[in-house]
Design a protein around this ligand. Structure first.
Ligand SMILES: Cc1cc2nc3c(=O)[nH]c(=O)nc-3n(C[C@H](O)[C@H](O)[C@H](O)COP(=O)(O)OP(=O)(O)OC[C@H]3O[C@@H](n4cnc5c(N)ncnc54)[C@H](O)[C@@H]3O)c2cc1C
Ligand SMILES: NC(=O)c1ccc[n+]([C@@H]2O[C@H](COP(=O)([O-])OP(=O)(O)OC[C@H]3O[C@@H](n4cnc5c(N)ncnc54)[C@H](O)[C@@H]3O)[C@@H](O)[C@H]2O)c1
Length: 486
């Protein structure tokens, strides 16, 4: 069937039909809508809060803005000649102002303008499926609209902070990443529950802003990454004044006035001004009408690699809500695949769903890049050594101290860091790379290309890193591995 290109059908004042309906206008939903609109389909996007979603207002952007100024200050203090020129302390008010500018003061006009420019119809309100291809939207004033999709409904409703069942925690009104990224003042003391990426980044941010931070992590830091990542970040956090209580969990939490008391599993009591929960995410599917199409409310949405929900020819899901990789860039990558495949299927065109095809998100399984913006940063892509072994690969692990690279030594006095390359011994290609060190984030894309393209190691020897850059780590890793065929 040819897709409609002439906009929505006006069936009544409120009820309209579109080729595609996207529920959730976070970064991922916007991309899914954008690709479908570029393909000539009429598209409506439903948003209950701010167009731009978590990443723009309460996650990636504000957290990175809170981190950047103290990172720049530490960097200047780490180079003789520059260090002496740093005579003052961090200007906390200016940091918070700069953060506010990155969230546009929590106003979404810029993103709404983008939707308009892209020809996408915004429908504000809570979207709920009411049956196949049908979505009811309840606006803030309680009025309801029903919209219908000709071809596809794409769920892009994201995730919210999960609050663990600790006695008294809920009643103590803990901060989540939302308050942690949007606070207008810095608490004197902050306890962070969790040892993952949010905990590590926000501990770095608030320690930099002058808060006395304690991290309570029931296991080590940054589990799931190469073990040295958590170790190096943990050492750095301690040197930045953070108290780390690993293998410790809160057992009871009480708020009394300006104080929060946490009784912990090691028998201690911690008293702080605020407590922040960073214990993972829960899908925003509890109030999405999933039961009307036979799916379980409150569950993550499973998809195939074209982002289609198994058993449905019209239902897709992208981004955090799929639990494939809870990262903005990876969700947007899924959205490009989903938007394009919806257009292809609507046109009856060929669907390219073989691994690494145009209409699949193959990299979700093989090459997910992630940067943890602690100081030092952790930049990783692909499999860790443990994950590669578990997947049955015969591997060789090559480690190298980043501080021994000339470019790194020039970059900061006493530069310390580590790199690891995980090689598939049978094919002599790289399965995974991890860098931990100051400013390693910009090294990551080269690794992502090497892993995604499965560049043979003997060809990588011809990719010569410029001297003296930190990228010479690539040459050192290859030399440590040995030249294939020589
Ligand atoms: C503190 C923090 C820092 C992070 N930093 C990074 C980072 O640096 N880099 C990175 O890649 N990732 C980062 N992430 C992860 C990133 O924020 C998410 O992966 C990303 O926001 C997911 O995008 P999404 O569009 O799938 O969901 P969301 O951004 O959550 O958007 C979903 C949208 O759907 C709307 N919605 C939900 N239900 C409905 C409904 N029923 N009807 C209508 N609208 C609805 C919501 O209001 C929201 O706007 C961070 C996360 C956190 C918590
Ligand atoms: N820079 C980035 O790319 C970035 C930054 C922040 C968040 N994110 C994404 O957001 C997602 C969520 O981050 P997160 O740190 O909240 O989750 P996470 O899954 O990374 O870490 C959760 C932590 O909470 C702990 N935990 C879980 N349940 C607990 C409980 N009941 N009691 C005590 N501890 C408990 C876990 O042991 C773990 O240490 C991540 O998957 C990440 O991909 C990315």
């Amino acid at each position: 069937m040819e897709p409609r290109t002439d906009g929505p059908d006006q069936e009544s004042a409120t009820d309209q039909t579109f080729d595609v309906i996207v529920i959730g206008a976070g970064a991922v939903g916007e991309n899914a809508a954008g690709r479908a609109a570029q393909g000539g389909l009429s598209v409506a996007i439903v948003e209950a809060e701010l167009v731009g979603g978590e990443c723009s207002y309460w996650a990636c952007m504000p957290s990175k803005a809170l981190l950047r100024s103290s990172q720049a200050l530490r960097a200047a203090r780490g180079v003789a000649g520059a260090a002496g020129a740093v005579t003052g302390d961090l200007d906390v008010a200016a940091v918070l102002n700069r953060r506010d500018s990155f969230t546009s003061g929590w106003k979404d006009k810029g993103q709404v303008d983008w939707l308009e420019g892209a020809g996408i119809q915004l429908v504000r309100g809570q979207g709920r499926l009411t049956g196949p291809k049908q979505v009811s939207v309840t606006a803030a004033d309680g009025s309801a609209t029903t919209i219908t999709a000709r071809h596809a409904v794409t769920l892009a409703t994201g995730s919210a902070a999960a609050i663990p069942e600790v006695p008294g925690l809920h009643e103590s009104h803990p901060w989540t990443s939302r308050e942690g990224t949007s606070a207008q003042s810095v608490p004197k003391s902050l306890a962070i529950i969790g040892g993952g990426v949010v905990a590590a980044e926000l501990a770095t941010a608030y320690a930099g802003l002058g808060s006395r931070v304690t991290v309570l992590a029931r296991s080590g830091l940054l589990r799931g990454m190469e073990p040295f990542a958590g170790e190096l970040v943990g050492e750095a956090l301690e040197s930045q004044g953070v108290e780390l209580r690993l293998h410790t969990a809160p057992e009871r939490v009480t708020r009394a006035g300006e104080e929060v008391r946490l009784e912990t599993s090691d028998g201690e009591t911690l008293v702080v001004q605020e407590v922040l929960v960073a214990t993972g995410r829960t899908p925003r599917t509890g109030d999405l009408g999933l039961e009307t199409v036979g799916l379980e409310p409150g569950s993550w949405i499973e998809t195939d690699d074209t982002m289609q929900v198994p058993g449905f020819d019209w239902l897709y899901a992208v981004g955090d809500v799929t639990h494939r990789a809870l990262l903005t860039h990876q969700g947007k990558y899924q959205a490009r695949a989903a938007g394009d495949v919806i257009v292809a299927r609507a046109r009856g065109a060929r669907v390219d769903d073989a691994p690494w095809g145009a209409h699949v998100a193959t990299a979700d399984q093989r090459a997910v890049p992630q940067v943890t913006f602690t100081d030092p940063e952790v930049a990783s892509v692909g499999l860790t050594a443990a994950a590669a072994r578990e997947a049955g690969y015969e591997i060789r692990v090559v480690d190298y101290e980043l501080g021994n690279v000339a470019g790194a030594a020039l970059h900061a006095d006493g530069y310390a860091g580590k790199a690891r390359m995980v090689v598939d011994e049978q094919r002599e290609v790289i399965l995974g790379v991890t860098f931990v060190g100051p400013d390693v984030s910009e090294l990551l894309h080269a690794a992502t290309i090497a892993v995604t393209a499965e560049v043979p190691l003997d060809r990588l020897w011809h990719a010569v890193p410029a001297y003296p850059t930190i990228s010479e780590i690539w040459l050192r890793l290859l030399e440590s591995y040995g030249r294939p065929g020589s």
